[in-house]
Design a binder for this molecule. Structure first.
Ligand code: SF4
Ligand code: SF4
Length: 404
């Protein structure tokens, strides 16, 4: 095997070296990093990964050292970037270094590729439904496949997959008093999060926006993650074209996990996460009171990329009578992290246990979380525990309480 430095283009090596140079090695990011909290080793820390990427470009990392593994253990939660005083552009460094490395061997590329293709995903979901797989497949997978199997992790999600619903788009252009916004379709969210997209549209229209629905196109994050740069760029171009056709002034995603990639694909365009956008733009929305207790899980990308966790909490506080317990977020990724829950199921389960352990007692009525990956991963964990706690997108609760 060739050393990383022998394979990388000079341009890419220079960009990685420049980004890595930003780090002053202070270590202030370490207490915020979930992988460091799990492993307590420098190679599983932001500072260590930056040093590894820099060492790789200069040829110090010997051939055979699994640089990619340490980078791929990263959950891309961006807690380090948020905590960094410089700030180091860790996200850009991670994307650039992953793209420069050859694809990892022994990873479930077919499965990850499938996730980014909504048509295939819908066909597989339809087949799973037809064969009643949610009733028997996860038991069979547990008996036949090893714990670290990505296929076993994917099959474990079948019983918690939401039923695929239709797009409910109400054409009320005449009623719109504000600008047009485009609702991002996406891949996994485009198939399994249509209910959240439908209620986002309802809330946005109630706030006076005209809403146009974009096709189900993946943002490209999964392709970038597995080092398929061409496909990631192709998908980014498709997103740009679809947004240009929409005629909208802003792009809204109901899943904060897509936000960073969408912003990178559409520089100069307003790209927002739905809850934060509604919290900032929809003061006039009124909600019915609700006497209930909810636990609010804030996905890493909500806190560190959208950076609007507080706005989400304030939006929910507009439902009078609702008691909201916010789960702690420091060094706490639930482990879903895009494809991480399939690529490293045992590590992902360890992160999940830490988050589930923070659920308040007595149990809340509902667990809220806005990322489809977090929702599926946490729901699978609750199912393993035999805990029937209901889990849903905060938008679903808000729409239920909306006074029309
Ligand atoms: S990434 Fe930022 S916080 Fe972490 S060690 Fe480097 S300079 Fe310090
Ligand atoms: S992105 Fe998250 S998991 Fe990755 S190094 Fe930074 S804090 Fe750690």
């Amino acid at each position: 095997m060739l050393a990383f430095s022998a394979m990388i283009s000079p341009d890419s090596a220079a960009r990685i070296a420049t980004l890595a140079d930003e780090c002053v090695k202070c270590g202030l990011c370490l207490p915020h990093c979930p992988t460091y909290a799990l492993d307590a080793t420098e190679t599983e820390s932001p500072r260590g990964r930056i040093a590894l990427a820099a060492a790789g470009t200069s040829g110090v990392v010997p051939a055979g050292f699994d640089l990619r593994l340490h980078l791929d253990h990263c959950l891309a939660c961006m807690a380090c970037e948020r905590a960094c005083p410089v700030p180091v552009h860790y996200g850009a460094l991670l994307v650039e270094t992953r793209a420069a490395l050859p694809p990892a061997k022994g990873r479930p590329r077919f499965l990850l590729d499938l996730l980014s293709r909504p048509r295939w995903l819908r066909a597989m979901s339809w087949l799973a439904r037809l064969s009643l797989a949610r009733l028997w497949a996860s038991t069979a997978a547990r008996a036949l496949l090893p714990k670290e199997s990505a296929l076993r992790a994917a099959i474990a999600l079948l019983p918690v997959l939401p039923r695929e619903s239709k797009v409910h788009s109400s054409d009320s252009r005449a009623a719109a008093t504000r600008s047009t916004v485009a609702l991002f379709g996406g891949c996994v969210q485009g198939v399994f999060e249509r209910d959240a997209q439908n209620v986002a549209e309802l809330l946005l229209r109630a706030a006076g926006f005209d809403v146009t629905r974009m096709d189900n196109i993946c943002c490209g994050a999964l392709a970038a993650h597995i080092g398929d740069v061409d496909r990631a760029q192709h998908l980014a171009a498709q997103v740009r074209n679809a947004f240009a056709r929409s005629g909208a002034e802003a792009l809204i995603t109901t899943t904060p996990g897509c936000l960073g990639t969408l912003r990178a694909a559409l520089p100069g365009t307003r790209v927002e996460e739905a809850l934060g956008f509604i919290a900032a733009q929809a003061d006039e929305l009124k909600f019915k009171p609700l006497n209930a207790r909810v636990a609010l899980h804030l996905p890493c990308t909500q806190v560190n990329v959208a950076r609007n966790g507080e706005a989400v909490r304030k939006l929910l506080a507009r439902i009078s009578g609702l008691k909201v317990d916010v789960l702690p977020t420091q060094a706490q990724c639930c482990g879903a992290a895009g494809s991480h829950m399939l690529e490293f199921p045992e590590r992902a389960a360890a992160y999940r246990e830490k988050v589930l352990a923070t659920l308040p007692r007595p149990s809340p009525d509902i667990l809220l979380t806005s990322n489809i990956g977090c929702r599926l991963h946490l729901a699978a964990g609750l199912r393993i525990r035999g805990d029937g706690l209901q889990i849903e997108h905060p938008l679903t609760l808000l729409a239920r309480q909306l006074i029309a």
